[in-house]
Write a protein that binds this ligand. Structure first.
Ligand code: SF4
Length: 121
């Protein structure tokens, strides 16, 4: 049996998962169906929302920000997170940028978009 905490909403139900990833899983402890979906995905193909920072392509004024905080709008398969982070860190953003502006669109054809989380410039 595997224990997980559902992270889909703030309630954080304690989930118990029985079975292997290749066969049917028995899930308990979830207060709603979203917890079962989360547990299935977490056991079979875990994904995470990724946060990081991009560089700034415009000239940086003294005391000004040197990086733009960003996050993915879609969760990224765990085994691809390091590759995505490397691409995020080497991306340079032209200021001004608004919170929600895309800085990477459809990363490597995965459907993952990376957006600024803060307005700068
Ligand atoms: S199982 Fe449902 S109620 Fe419980 S934490 Fe997950 S989303 Fe929230």
């Amino acid at each position: 049996m595997r224990s997980l905490t559902c992270i889909v909403c703030p309630i954080g139900c304690a989930l118990s998962v029985e079975g292997e990833a290749e066969v049917a899983l028995s899930i308990s402890g979830n207060r709603c169906p979203r917890g079962a979906v989360y547990a299935q995905e977490e056991v079979r193909a875990p994904k995470r929302v990724v946060t990081g920072t991009c560089g700034i392509a415009s000239p940086v004024l003294d005391g000004g920000p040197r990086r733009v905080p960003v996050k993915t709008l879609q969760a990224c398969p765990r085994e691809q997170i390091n590759e995505l982070l490397a691409d995020i860190y080497k991306t340079r953003v032209l200021l001004p940028v608004k919170a929600g502006d895309a800085v990477i669109t459809d990363w490597k054809g995965s459907g993952i978009n990376v957006v600024a989380v803060r307005s700068l410039g």
